[in-house]
Design a protein around this ligand. Structure first.
Ligand SMILES: [Zn+2]
Length: 375
């Protein structure tokens, strides 16, 4: 069988699996493997939820997921950023076809990783989610300079956390749309004080809300130091994602991260050397870390300031090209399912016992926990 035939067959099989699972008929449906067995097999599914821009779903409903992508980014910087710099209707019109394209390939989960002050737009994500019929997650948290507002330097970690916890409890910027994870960034190498504070604020927020922390860094030293701070603050490291881990050339940092129970995210798939990604994945699988790996493309996006968003990289590469490549390289279909379906849900899931827990500015936790109703 030549490559193209096997690839076509693979895609056809995926499409059939999804069709038989009823995935094309609506949002709140079971996933691939689980649905085939006629029951929900996601571990502890009833005890967790995933917070999408349209509300909570069960982890088993997330399905095949791209865990690190972007719809919209504005790199103007926090001092000059404002929402009048783009027309959300135009962004909607430009980006919707890209989401529909992956939805037709069976992708049902999509984490939008653009942080506040870089054009995070919760309302736009909700509109796109409805129209493309994809579960979209947005985020709370803050990036690094020059995308930090002045008040980030003045406020304490507890005060910043309180703002983010408030978004998780009540909604983002006057909406009722809640973040599904925390997105932060750290500088390369040893962490500078402002980024240490951002990490501590993320830790407080994660402990209060159960949200997972996705941390932009391509640097092993920074990732290790970030994990050290989180651990000291009492955050279980399975709530931490080493974003852009594939930018760190020393694989020992990937192994160390996985060994400490955190998530290793290879998210430049499709823009780097595919064989290198295959080798990285196989190395981690050989070491027994198939439960700690996340794959995505860091693709997109409507670039604010360029005509109709400039050059946009679509989101289809992993499903169309890379999944067949993984299978061809000897990675089993079960493992591919795990990497694309189970792991994203496990990484993003929130314990039902969390939620609506606030921390007052003096750092003392106050619980206002209410029952989270699952649809
Ligand atoms: Zn990104």
């Amino acid at each position: 069988m030549d490559n193209i035939t096997s690839r076509r067959d693979f895609i056809k099989n995926i499409a059939l699996a999804f069709a038989s699972a009823g995935l094309f008929s609506g949002l709140n449906l079971n996933i691939w493997g689980a649905a085939k067995k006629g029951k929900n097999t996601m571990q502890d599914d009833d005890n967790y939820f995933i917070q999408t821009v349209l509300g909570p779903i069960k982890p088993s409903q997330l399905g095949m997921t791209l865990i690190h992508e972007h719809i919209l980014v504005d790199f103007i910087g926090a001092d000059n950023f404002n929402k009048n710099r783009y027309n959300p209707d135009e962004v909607f019109e430009v980006m919707l076809p890209y989401l529909k394209e992956i939805r037709a390939l069976g992708v049902t989960g999509f984490a939008e990783c653009t942080p506040m002050y870089l054009a995070r737009d919760a309302e736009l994500m909700a509109r796109l989610s409805k129209s493309a019929n994809i579960h979209i997650l947005t985020n709370t948290g803050m990036y690094k300079e020059p995308y930090l507002p002045k008040y980030a330097f003045e406020k304490t970690a507890e005060e910043l956390a309180q703002m983010w916890i408030d978004e998780a409890n009540n909604g983002i910027e006057g909406t009722t749309i809640k973040p599904g994870f925390i997105k932060i960034a750290v500088n390369p190498g040893n962490l500078i004080p402002i980024q240490q504070k951002i990490v501590r604020a993320a830790a407080i927020t994660s402990k209060a809300t159960g949200l997972t922390i996705a941390c932009h860094t391509g640097h092993g030293v920074a990732a290790i130091e970030t994990m050290d701070i989180l651990e000291k603050e009492g955050v279980p490291l399975n709530k931490f994602i080493f974003v852009h881990a594939d930018a760190e050339s020393n694989v020992n940092y990937h192994i160390e991260t996985a060994k400490r129970s955190a998530w290793v995210e290879y998210d430049s798939i499709g823009s780097g050397d595919a064989n290198r990604h295959i080798q990285l994945i196989k190395t981690m699988l050989d070491k027994g870390y198939e439960d700690r790996l996340l794959l995505s493309q860091d693709a997109g996006w409507y670039n604010v300031g360029q005509p109709r968003g400039g050059n946009i990289r679509g989101f289809t590469y992993i499903v169309k090209e890379f999944m067949p490549l993984m299978e061809k390289s000897g990675i089993s279909k079960e493992t591919i399912e795990k990497l694309m379906i189970t792991n994203p849900a496990m990484a993003l899931r929130i314990n039902n016992k969390k939620g609506n827990v606030g921390v007052n500015p003096k750092g003392k936790a106050k619980s206002t926990f209410g029952n989270i109703k699952l649809k």
